[in-house]
Design a protein around this ligand. Structure first.
Ligand SMILES: C[S@@+](CC[C@H](N)C(=O)[O-])C[C@H]1O[C@@H](n2cnc3c(N)ncnc32)[C@H](O)[C@@H]1O
Length: 334
């Protein structure tokens, strides 16, 4: 899966365990699906999953991991991945934008991304097969990028992995879940919240770091609309205008309250961290409007940058490390 800010990789067993403890739950809405790794794990446990995210790249990941079923797509996907892997490079928009104007990828890999993406666009596959191939391409490009995992900047010196050759793999495809077909949506959380399900899982952004700005290359690769770009990172121009209230301190509480009130599920499971815009107590108070709230807390080492401290370009330590650990909360409500 792609490197992703706020990905719940380590929390999956806890999330799946919390949902499994809810009696007679069969369907789960993942309202802020990101990489879809939570949806994938829930699908593997038999739940009918509806995964939603407002960004196109995340909806594509959800179509691949939650909606597409192995029995229908694995054979075609395997043949096509082998075919696309054999295409020679052909420089185009991707190479010019993210290998020449900026340095996120080596040109040898950018040229292959261009050739593969153009081939996918030309052939007009059905949406699920296309999503599987685009997921394969995104993940292959992610394995040879030259970033720290965020696309707001590329590294000054090439990351060692950027020298490797791009190689597509068939993404993990699961058979249709016991409780029914999965579905991917690309809607605002407030709209998707109206889907009726047994459990709603909420993992909203909790600070000012916008997902579109941090993953703009995936958005452009999926949409393939070859947009005008700006700045050193060559971000798509709509990064300036598309936004989420969950990234705004003054708007967060109102947006969260609205989603909590609108969700049509018997239970809510909510991820939040002690580094977010509201405290554990404030979140508990908002959730208490929906029923009894139980809290499971996980204690983690903070990300590596926070462990090392803050340095200026001359290599001098300029900031103090505030704290070395953070807590991730899982609220179970209902
Ligand atoms: C913390 S991440 C979710 C991570 C995910 N659980 C995972 O494990 O990969 C939050 C997600 O919310 C999405 N998002 C932000 N604002 C949104 C909104 N208003 N409606 C729908 N999705 C939104 C972002 O695109 C991002 O993928």
């Amino acid at each position: 899966m792609i490197k992703y800010l706020g990905s719940k990789r380590r929390l999956i067993p806890s999330i799946v365990g919390a949902v499994a403890a809810l009696p007679e739950a069969r369907s789960v809405l993942d309202l802020f699906s990101g990489t879809s790794r939570v949806g994938l794990a829930l699908k593997a446990s038999g739940y009918r999953v509806v995964a939603n995210d407002h960004n196109a790249y995340a909806a594509t990941l959800a179509r691949c991991y939650v909606q597409a079923d192995r029995e229908r797509l694995l054979s075609d996907a395997s043949t096509l991945v082998a075919e696309l892997n054999a295409l020679p490079g052909s420089p185009g928009y991707f190479t010019e934008t993210w290998c020449e104007r900026s340095r996120f990828f080596q040109p040898k890999n950018g040229e292959r991304v261009d050739a593969i993406r153009e081939s996918i666009a030309r052939r007009g596959f059905d949406p699920e097969l296309e999503a599987v191939l685009l997921t394969s391409l995104m993940e292959a490009a992610d394995r040879v990028d030259s970033t720290t995992g965020l696309q707001m900047a590329y590294l000054k010196e090439w990351a060692p992995r950027a020298h490797q050759d791009l190689a597509l793999r068939v993404p993990e495809l699961l058979s249709r879940a016991q409780h029914g077909a999965g579905e991917a949506l690309q809607q605002d959380a407030l709209v998707a919240a109206e889907r009726e399900v047994d459990v709603a899982y909420l993992d909203p952004p909790y600070n000012q770091h916008k997902y579109l700005g941090n993953y703009h290359i995936w958005e452009s690769l999926v949409l393939w609309d070859k947009p005008e770009v700006y700045g050193r990172a060559c971000k798509r121009v709509d990064c300036r205008t598309r936004s989420s209230p969950f990234n705004s301190r003054p708007r967060f509480v109102e947006a969260m309250r609205a989603v909590i009130g609108r969700v049509r599920a018997r239970w809510l499971v909510v991820s939040f961290s002690d580094e977010g815009y509201v405290t554990r107590e404030e979140m508990e108070a908002m959730l208490a409007t929906r029923g009894e709230v139980r809290v499971i807390a996980h204690d983690y080492k903070r990300y590596v940058g926070a462990q090392i401290g803050i340095y200026n370009p001359a290599g001098e330590k300029v900031g103090r490390v505030g704290h070395l650990r953070n807590r991730e909360f899982l609220f179970v409500v209902g």
